[in-house]
Design a binder for this molecule. Structure first.
Ligand code: ASP
Ligand code: MG
Length: 440
């Protein structure tokens, strides 16, 4: 069995829901994880915001507008009047529930109930629509199996036991539909896996049922080898190691967040990124094996600040780096890149919130200089140090671009280069020419 997850845009209109229904009905007995229709979760957040601010009129108006959108969608989706009536009832019940929170005190607890309605509605519509087409679809309620523990971490044992019991209960179904994003916490209250969490749901479900593969369906044809906004003729990367995907995700590529696919990685379940608008495209397969000796992709991360601490005291001293790192730790500011020499160290951060305090404290240890508005360019691939030539190719591509820092050897998968923002697009294109188009 596979897990197929469809994001908000993929189920964003009646027509899209029909397209997804057709696609999944041809794929056999799988578990389908759905997000809320696009825009819904944002609107539910907005409604909650009005309620926190005790603006009941604002909340009601927003609820009415959203309800109208759902009524129109149901109208367009169903031709069979019995199924349409059922769908109208389901949607109405959700909106009445949302409205019930306009009458009383409003806290985080009520907000989470409201936020859960988007996925409950998209799955109810899909389930009924499939049934209206004669498909034996069964709804697996996520609130009955997806649970977090007291630390807010997914409770894998519980999830595994409960979802498998649910599947068994509907053993004769043709297809299973469930909600992404929503769950219960350790106290049984409705909760969620954070915004964008339905990818995480898919990965957790994949691990719980030991799926053959997890498919993440979005509106792009997989992960591209460079940023299509700045570089012409980028192409999809067909395979990535989980570690490569993690590097790319962190360094700004529009790809799944690494924590989302951790359960898949740990259980060795391949994750495939596919495009709902172009289902025949190959997409990107993320798995645990290395394709070998190849540079896969380039990504860039903006708004980076580089800080250099130079000190005679660092020479032959131990404990210097620890003191420097402790300052960043005390300001809860993560460090991205590091480069060291005998007399100094440069680090990069992506958040200037506590910069003044950090600089004040660092000045106790040496001379400090700062470069703002920098960009990390990250080159990802099989960069095992014993493979020759990849690092020199990367540097060759950048011969006429000033490079502030280089980091290589931290993992087997990445070289990071820090450049000025104004050089970013040129650097991305030069790297693309050298590494992918052989235009040295
Ligand atoms: N609907 C939720 C959100 O918009 C979860 C998701 O789509 O992944 O954040
Ligand atoms: Mg998403």
């Amino acid at each position: 069995m596979r897990v197929l997850k469809f994001g908000g845009t993929s189920v964003g209109s009646a027509q899209r829901i029909k397209n997804v229904a057709e696609l999944i009905s041809k794929r056999g007995k799988n578990i389908i994880v759905l997000s809320a229709m696009s825009g819904t979760t944002n609107t539910l957040v907005e409604i909650s915001d009005y309620l926190y601010k005790k603006n009941t009129d604002g909340a009601k108006e927003t609820i009415n507008n959203l309800e109208k959108h759902y009524k129109d969608t149901v109208d367009e989706l169903f031709s069979d009047s019995n199924f349409k009536d059922d769908a109208v009832k389901e949607i109405k019940a959700c909106f009445n529930y949302i409205r019930s929170f306009t009458k009383d005190i409003f806290t985080l607890f009520e907000e989470k109930e409201i936020l859960s309605q988007g996925e409950l509605m998209s799955t109810a519509m899909m389930n009924l629509y499939l049934q209206s087409k004669g498909i034996k679809s069964a709804l697996l309620p996520a609130l009955e199996f997806m649970r977090t523990d007291k630390n807010g971490e997914p409770d894998s044992q519980y999830i595994k036991q409960k979802i498998n019991a649910q599947i068994e209960k509907h053993a004769d179904a043709d297809i299973y539909i469930t909600q992404g994003y929503i769950c219960r916490n350790a106290y049984g209250e409705v909760d969620n896996l954070q915004r964008g969490g339905s990818d995480y749901s898919a990965s957790l479900i994949g691990a719980a049922i030991n799926a053959e593969e997890i498919e993440i369906w979005t509106d792009i044809d997989g992960m591209h080898n460079n940023d299509p906004r700045y570089v012409p003729d980028t192409t999809p990367v067909h395979t990535l190691h989980f570690e490569e995907a993690a590097e790319l995700a962190y360094f700004g590529a529009k790809i799944l967040h690494p924590t989302c696919i951790l359960p898949a990685k740990l259980n060795n379940i391949p994750v495939r990124l596919l495009n709902t608008m172009q289902p025949e495209a190959e997409g990107t397969l993320i798995y645990n094996s290395k394709a070998g000796k190849e540079i896969k992709a380039i990504a860039a991360k903006d708004n980076i600040t580089a800080i250099k601490i130079k000190s005679g005291r660092m020479l032959l001293a131990y404990g210097f780096l620890r003191k420097v790192f402790e300052i960043f730790e005390s300001y809860k500011t993560p460090i991205d890149m590091i480069a060291t020499s005998e007399v100094g160290v440069s680090v990069s951060i992506d958040n200037e919130k506590n910069l003044d305090g950090i600089l004040d404290d660092l000045k106790k240890f040496g001379t400090v200089t700062v470069d703002h508005d920098m960009v990390i360019i990250c080159v990802v691939g099989d960069l095992e140090w014993k493979n020759c030539g990849f690092e020199s190719k990367v540097l060759q591509a950048l011969t006429d671009i000033p490079v502030r820092m280089i980091s290589y050897g931290g993992s087997n998968y990445n070289i990071s280069i820090l450049v000025k923002r104004e050089d970013k697009v040129r650097a991305l294109n030069k790297l693309s020419d050298y590494l992918f188009k052989n235009k040295a």
